[in-house]
Design a protein. Structure first.
Length: 344
């Protein structure tokens, strides 16, 4: 059983399971876009995970559960919906799966619940770095933090839960696109005049999916595992995109304060005054000026996790966006593909 099966990481987990010859049931939000599942043959069931009654009997006969369904966004019109989906929905899924006798539940959390105490000094964060509450910007981070602790509370009561904390995903099937994919897409379409000096951990979405399966097979109950890729600076990310596409590089560096001011202004004018999603939300600006590097050594040593270079993830992401019509014809005409080493 896979909740959130039509999402970016969720659909990658589905494809990884099908490659193993596993029978998969996709639990989908009613009315959700399912284009990520167009090329796969799985049983589909629409279930509102925020309604406990709809999960009654949903896990009967299931051996394992991957819970990836979550609400993500930087500017919600209804902030309470984040709590309903991310917290109450997670409680409902874990309780229902446990009651049905599911042997193992893999809960997808996020590295956004971890502390970043020394990342600016060069030490990547691990699963043992607790978060400072004031740094949990926005409803997504806050509700995922609460959800993680509620799931761990259920694990302490006997729920067979293992937690996976993915970093920034890149790769194919990013239909939405996600914020990480939008970064690539803005570059491809020439909408990125420069960058803020920061760093992040870039992972291929298929590696993250493989990490979920490894957590199922080898993870210790109640334990968290960061699944990531390569820590790179924003300058390196943009330089890599330029290397693999031959598009002009975005070399102009803006002070962090510029991004924060843009976030405050955009959130106030577009969000508060006009009631529409800001072009630059305050939460996104705060994240863009935060050094988000992570160490996934625990997953590598305990469950055998591995990942490919960031350049491979970014190349696959860029090619997918171009192939599926997300990039203007003018910019596509400027692209000359140069696969990174190992993908030639």
């Amino acid at each position: 059983m896979v909740t959130g099966a039509a999402g970016f990481i969720g659909s990658a987990v589905v494809r990884a399971l099908l490659a193993r010859g596993v029978g998969v049931v996709a639990l989908l939000e009613p009315g959700a876009a399912t284009s990520n599942l167009d090329d796969v043959d799985v049983e589909r069931r629409e279930v509102d995970i925020t309604r406990e009654s709809q999960l009654a009997g949903a896990f009967d006969g299931a051996k394992f559960c991957f819970h990836l369904a979550a609400k993500f966004g930087f500017w919600p019109k209804d902030a309470t919906s984040f709590y309903e989906v991310n917290v109450r929905g997670s409680q409902n899924v874990v309780r229902a799966a446990t009651a049905a006798g599911v042997e193992r539940i893999v809960f997808t959390s996020t590295v956004a619940t971890l502390g970043l105490w020394e990342t600016k000094e060069g030490r990547a964060s691990t699963e043992d770095d607790f978060a400072e509450i004031s740094h949990l910007y926005g409803n997504y981070k806050q509700t995922k933090y609460v959800a993680e602790h509620e799931v761990l509370r259920l694990a302490a009561q006997g729920a067979p839960v293992v937690l996976v904390l993915p970093t920034m995903p890149h790769g194919p099937y990013d239909h939405r696109p996600t914020p990480s994919g939008k970064l690539v897409l803005d570059y491809l379409n020439g909408r990125m005049p420069g960058y803020v000096d920061t760093a992040m951990n870039v992972a291929h979405v298929d590696d993250l999916a493989a990490g979920h399966l490894l957590a199922l097979e080898r993870g210790r109950p109640g334990r968290s595992y960061i699944c990531g890729g390569e820590n790179i600076t924003m300058a390196q990310l943009l330089r890599t995109l330029s290397d693999v596409t031959a598009l002009p590089s975005s070399d102009r560096r803006f002070p962090s304060i510029i991004a924060k001011i843009a976030g405050y202004v955009s959130s106030f004018v577009e969000g508060d005054v006009f009631g529409r999603e800001p072009r630059v939300s305050l939460e996104a600006a705060q994240m863009a000026t935060t050094t988000m590097t992570f160490d996934d050594a625990r997953a590598r040593s305990e469950i055998g996790y591995s990942s490919r270079p960031a350049s491979h993830a970014l190349f696959d992401s860029a090619q997918w966006f171009v192939t599926h019509g997300y990039v203007s014809a003018e910019r596509v005409a400027m692209i000359s593909w140069h696969p990174p080493i190992g993908l030639e």
